[in-house]
Design a protein around this ligand. Sequence first.
Ligand code: NAP
Length: 330
Amino acid sequence: MTETALTVQQTARPTGFPAAGHFRFAESPVPEPAPGTALVENLWWSVDPYHREMMDGDFALHAPLEGRTLGRVVASRTPEIPEGEVVFHRLGWRTHAVVSPEEVRHLPHHPGVPLSAYLSVLGGTGLTAYVGLTRIARLREGEDLFVSGAAGGVGTAAGRFARLLGAGRLTGSAGSPEKVKYLTEQVGYDAAFDYHDGPVAALLAEAAPDGVDVFLDNVGGEHLGAAIGALREHGRAVRVGTISQYNDPAAPPVVFDHSAVVERQLRVEGFLVRDYRAVQEELYEFAVPPLLSGALSLDETVVDGFELIVEAFLLMLRGGNTGKILVRKV
Ligand code: NAP
């Protein structure tokens, strides 16, 4: 265990894209666990688009930040958190955390499953994709799907899960030719396009000429307007996130044909994964067997070294990740 603990703190509110200068690393002695708590040395950190939203007000300035994290218990003063166990908690963006039993989640025992999966395809990212497909879209076998932001964490999980659920044709959008190739060659998408190549409506019409039944939307903005235009009768647009707007407060409003929602009997529904924690066990039952058999692969971009956590976060906002971006202790 190192003698010094590091904590990332936000120092200023960004306008538009954040930069490394909006953060600082604060050093302190490694904290001591009080009775009833345990000291965790963090091993894996998740940096997420919602952190960008929190930078506008929810993250207190000059204070430790929150984030999903896995860490090993290195000292414990409660029998509920035994030393040596790896636990999940939300006191991320720091090398060490003192946690109470209410703040930790014990990981299930799935021999052969890599630890990182509990922050990616089996964690909040995978759960978001799974809930979006099964609870909000209520995807049926054979239905055709379009996913925006398809090469990211939620998007790759959605593509792979949709295949396992028996979906029909899968179309995805992403931000580079390499990602488009990755989607069709690795993830199982039938068609994909780079949204920089033209108006999204035209690119989608070319990639999915017969329309789609379900749209899983990580991006919002122009993608949402275009996809509503491509939805078939009784189509569903599942609003997962709006990453095209998080760094662009002046983003133009979404333009779509409002009457189509009535005439084609469409449903547009958003959700927050935090309300679906009860589905977690079902996700394990669904995803662990194919993960162990090799029928489901992990899509992860791993950045090595806690000192690069801010860079990893900024890299993700600029599209530098494929699959779920994670930071690993070295
Ligand atoms: P991610 O997709 O792994 O990473 C973000 C991606 O967004 C980047 O890789 C980049 O890929 C893309 N992006 C950035 N700026 C963009 C823009 N202007 N237009 C289009 N794409 C842009 O992140 P994630 O964790 O899987 O999250 C995906 C979405 O789900 C986010 O909107 C997030 O807020 C949302 N989410 C919602 C919930 C919920 O409870 N509803 C839970 C988790 C995540 P490209 O190279 O393709 O541009």
